[in-house]
Design a protein around this ligand. Structure first.
Ligand code: OGA
Ligand code: NI
Length: 366
């Protein structure tokens, strides 16, 4: 099996393509994918158990609704952000046909021969193109996942050579889909701001020209799902993340709530939203960016399309004064978001460790 070409000073060794590996239905999983005992998804978390993740009806937030309905949903949103950091949005306004098209084309892309996909290689240390992200060493365990990651906005961040030419119309469809998801993100940050008692443009004006990227994750079925991790535990380095799970995909996303990994059962046509590190910093920890991961399934492949919405790289960020007082000491230093992004993508995914970059270390008095 052809390895992903490595033209980089980082030595990451041979990286098996997971989709190809899965086709061979291996009896034994290659060691690089087998997690240490403490990092394996336990059987308990692999059994479905209904999570009651909050559901937000976005149509109730649109201006044409009664004030009462608006306030009711706004409170739901604020409570979801505070208590969960994750919620599902229905009636979100993203065209359902477009969601279906991008899903179908993404599936088609991943089903192309490996040689075709390797025309868009994700080089070690980068996060655009097709392959495995966040791999920095030869002895690092690999995720049971292949991904296609692309910068969407600003336009100059795109690498046009990495936009797949097949399937036909993929790029145009992705462009159109991303425009609609961006509108949703712009509206969401407005409502989140209002729910926090801030001006509606509080986040938007701070973000500058928001950065947008997409990661399309393909998790092939795995004969030993209890040994591998689909996507390592992490929090997102974005302000907000929008996840679309493909129709017919098995449950795979899990979030860490009160120390327990909870599987996320997505509603048909809903989008899953989560708070990223930026909003945790801006709200001085009032809203948290929750750790999550993806697990593999024994019988079924899974596809997810994940959009990251974040401030412009030029922006300086820190906790807003509204969230800092005697009872809520400042938890994060000010930093440049571009530097944070660089820090995030040059380290392997490791729970919420990336945020240590901005944490103010408090000394224990004893
Ligand atoms: C991500 C992510 C989860 C999933 O791409 O950041 O958390 O279910 N994905 O694919
Ligand atoms: Ni994530």
């Amino acid at each position: 099996m052809a390895p992903i070409p490595i033209i980089s000073p980082i030595n990451v060794g041979h990286i098996d393509d997971v989709i190809e590996l899965s086709k061979t239905k291996p009896d034994t999983i290659p060691q690089r994918f087998v997690r240490d005992i403490t990092e394996r998804p336990t059987i308990a978390t692999l059994t479905p158990n209904k999570a009651h993740m909050p559901i937000i009806d976005f149509s109730n937030l649109s201006k044409h609704n009664t004030h009462e309905l608006f306030l009711h949903e706004l409170l739901n949103l604020a409570t979801a952000c505070k208590n969960w950091g994750f919620f599902q949005v229905v009636n979100h306004g993203v065209d359902l046909n477009l969601m279906e098209s991008i899903e179908k084309m993404s599936n088609e892309f991943f089903m192309l021969p490996l040689e075709e996909k390797q025309k868009y290689p994700m080089l070690p240390g980068t996060i655009q193109g097709y392959g495995q992200a966040f791999v920095f060493s030869e002895d690092q365990k690999l995720d049971w996942c292949n991904m296609l990651a692309l910068a969407i906005e600003p336009q100059h961040a795109r690498n046009p050579n990495l936009w797949p030419k097949k399937p036909e119309k993929f790029s145009e469809t992705l462009e159109e889909y991303s425009r609609e998801v961006r509108k949703l993100c712009e509206n969401l940050v407005k409502y989140i701001a209002i729910g926090l008692g801030l001006k509606e443009e509080a986040f938007d004006s701070m973000f500058g020209e928001a950065v947008q990227a997409i990661r399309i994750n393909y998790y092939p079925a795995c004969s030993r799902p209890e040994l591998v991790m689909g996507l390592s535990p992490h929090s997102d380095g974005s302000a907000l993340t929008v996840l679309q799970q493909a129709k017919g995909s098995p449950v795979g996303l899990q979030i860490l709530k009160d120390g327990i990994w909870i599987p996320v059962h997505t509603l048909p046509n809903a989008l899953v939203i989560n708070i990223g590190d930026t909003i945790e910093v801006l709200t001085n920890g009032k809203y948290k960016s929750v750790e999550h991961r993806a697990v593999a399934n024994e019988n079924k492949d899974r596809l997810s399309l994940v959009t990251f919405y974040a401030p412009s790289y030029e922006v300086e960020l820190g906790p807003m004064p509204e969230f800092v007082d005697a009872n809520h000491p400042c938890k994060f230093r000010r930093y440049n978001h571009g530097e944070y992004s660089k820090h995030y993508i040059t380290h392997r995914l490791q729970g919420k460790k990336a945020l240590d970059f901005a944490k103010i270390q408090t000394r224990n008095a004893f």
